[in-house]
Each structure stands twice: as structure tokens, then as C-alpha cells.
Design a protein around this ligand. Structure first.
Ligand code: BDR
Ligand code: CA
Length: 310
């Protein structure tokens, strides 16, 4: 089986870092480029983290490029209260020595997809600013991308406001353009990702992964704890779910839907209004996760990376 080529646009970020680890370790995926966007923390910090992760995890041949510092039209907002001011919680990685790609993220996205039409799977785990700008620069990437998947949105609830999930809320205008680009958007949203919680049993399995588990996977998976959530069951590994979908769609039950992004609502800006009854779907929405098989898969890949390091 040939590996699926994956271009990951992200804002590392606790769960973005865990998603990068999965993308790097899964032999069914070939990480071909990483692009950073401002989101969870500033662009400077997400870019620095992407560079540091590349060297720490060991994929020096993969280009890393920086993209948009803030949303298309709104003020930038971040989620440093969740991810820590450095974006990776308490994890401090050695500073990278390899440079950024001289191209910006938009150029790298367009060139990578245009060079191999039908072969590069595009996946976004941050605000959709870079993707919207890439579509403006070259609308045909919507036809040339082998698939397009996001972690973002939801069909029942938000996490940044009652209605909106962070990645969409951070740049609703970009998200609206991206959902309207004529491709199918696989929307791995909160309803799905909140099924992938790091509870005590999963944490024990992560700790058994050796130094990678103790020093990287567990700290990134347990840094955030929501004291206001009465049903707190552990941190969700949102972005990991999106990478998992690309490699193992069989772990998900997915339903077509029409998704529109609210950009104007007084209370609902950033909401992904999802119509499962539409006859003109623009999205595929994973709704149910095989949780046990998901963790077997993810922890199996993390274990293989850990073994290769030792
Ligand atoms: C999403 O927002 C970010 O804080 C996470 O990295 C994830 O991509 C979850 O709402
Ligand atoms: Ca993210």
C-alpha cells in the first residue's frame, strides 16, 4: 500500500503536536509539508513549535512554512489559557537548528498540491486563514487536493462560545470561504473529538510508552483541565482525530451534510450550521468514533515511534 501524502496546516498547540506525532509515525501517511498559522498562540510561536517538533520527532526533510498571523478581517484571539503561553503546555523542546522554508505557507500549499494533482491530502487543525488565502491564490487546489479534512466546528455545541468551536470562531470569514470552495470538507468537529478523551486508563497506557510517553505524549495530553466542566472526563485530543480519520476512516461513522458558517450572528458567530437533511451536501461529518479501536490505533503508532527512538 502506498502511503497517503499529507500536508498539515496547524497551530501547535497541545493536540496539534500530538497530531503531528501521529502523522509522522503512521506508515500509511507520508507527511509532505507542515504549514503554521496563528491560532492557539501567536504565529511566531506556532511556527517555532512546528520547527522544533520537526527536529525533535525526526522528519528533517519535510518543509515547514509560516502563514497568516491573524484572521482575514477580525482581531486575532488565542487559546493560550488552554495550551500555555508557549503552546505546548509544560513541554519545552530543544530549539531547532534547521530553517523555515523560504516560501510562505500559501505558496507552499499551492505548489505542493499543484505539483501532484489528486495525490496530496490537505488537513487543517487550526483556524482556516491559510487555507482561505491559498484558495484565493489558486482556487483549483479545491479540485487538485486528494481530500480536505479539518478539525473544527460542530453540529451541537461550541467550546469557545456556546455556539462556536475555536478554530472556526477564530476566523469565521476564512471558514465560510473554505466551506464554499466547491470541494467536500470532512468536518471532524467537537461532537466527534469529545469522544476521544484522555482518561486515567488511557494515561496509564501512554505512560507505558517509555520516555516519549512520559516526556511528550502524557504532558501534552493532560495539561488542560477545565474546572468549569462538571462532566470533565479528560482532555480531548481533537486534532489527533482528524489525522486518524485520514488514515483510518473505518474507525468513524460519517454522514454527509450541508455546512454553512455563521459570520454575522450576535451570539452565533463561528457556528457551523449543519443540515443533515440537505440534498446538496458540501461536507462529510464524522459523528461516531469507535473509541476503543481509535486508542489501539493511536497508541500503537505512538509505541512504534517510541520503539524506533530507543
Ligand atoms: C481546536 O482548537 C484548538 O485549541 C485545538 O488545537 C483544536 O484544534 C479545538 O477546538
Ligand atoms: Ca489546533
Amino acid at each position: 500500500m502506498t502511503a497517503r501524502k499529507l500536508l498539515l496546516d496547524c497551530d501547535p498547540g497541545l493536540d496539534d503536536a500530538l497530531a503531528i506525532l501521529l502523522a509522522h509515525g503512521d506508515p500509511g501517511l507520508e507527511l509532505v509539508a507542515v504549514t503554521a498559522v496563528g491560532g492557539n498562540v501567536s504565529l511566531e510561536t506556532t511556527t517555532r513549535n512546528a520547527l522544533d517538533l520537526r527536529e525533535y520527532l525526526g522528519f528533517p526533510q519535510v518543509p515547514v512554512a509560516a502563514g497568516a498571523a491573524g484572521p482575514l478581517v477580525r482581531e486575532a484571539r488565542n487559546a493560550a489559557e488552554v495550551h500555555g503561553i508557549g503552546g505546548l503546555g509544560d513541554v519545552v523542546l530543544p530549539r531547532a537548528s534547521l530553517p523555515l522554508d523560504p516560501r510562505g505557507a500559501v505558496e507552499l500549499i499551492v505548489e505542493t498540491i499543484a505539483a501532484s494533482p489528486g495525490q496530496v491530502h490537505l488537513l487543517a487543525t487550526g483556524p482556516l486563514t491559510n487555507i482561505a488565502l491559498a484558495l484565493r491564490a489558486e482556487p483549483r487546489i479545491a479540485q487538485w487536493a486528494a481530500s480536505f479534512t479539518i478539525m473544527g466546528g460542530s453540529f451541537t455545541r461550541g467550546n469557545t462560545t456556546p455556539a462556536a468551536e475555536f478554530n472556526i470562531y477564530a476566523d469565521p470569514e476564512a471558514a465560510a470561504e473554505v466551506f464554499a470552495a466547491g470541494w467536500q470538507v470532512t468536518m471532524v468537529g467537537l461532537d466527534l473529538t469529545l469522544q476521544a478523551l484522555v482518561d486515567d486508563r488511557i494515561k496509564e497506557r501512554m505512560l507505558a510508552l517509555g520516555s516519549l510517553g512520559r516526556n511528550f505524549v502524557v504532558p501534552l495530553s493532560t495539561f488542560w483541565n477545565d474546572p468549569q466542566d462538571p462532566d470533565w472526563g479528560g482532555q480531548a485530543v481533537h486534532d489527533v482525530c482528524a489525522v486518524a480519520f485520514l488514515s483510518r476512516p473505518d474507525l468513524f461513522r460519517s454522514v454527509p451534510a450541508q455546512v454553512e458558517v455563521e459570520t454575522e450572528g450576535k451570539f452565533t458567530a463561528g457556528m457551523t450550521v449543519t443540515d443533515f437533511r440537505s440534498s446538496a451536501p458540501n461536507a462529510l461529518v464524522p459523528v461516531k468514533l469507535d473509541v476503543r479501536a481509535f486508542w489501539d490505533y493511536v497508541l500503537g503508532i505512538y509505541g512504534s515511534v517510541s520503539d524506533a527512538q530507543n
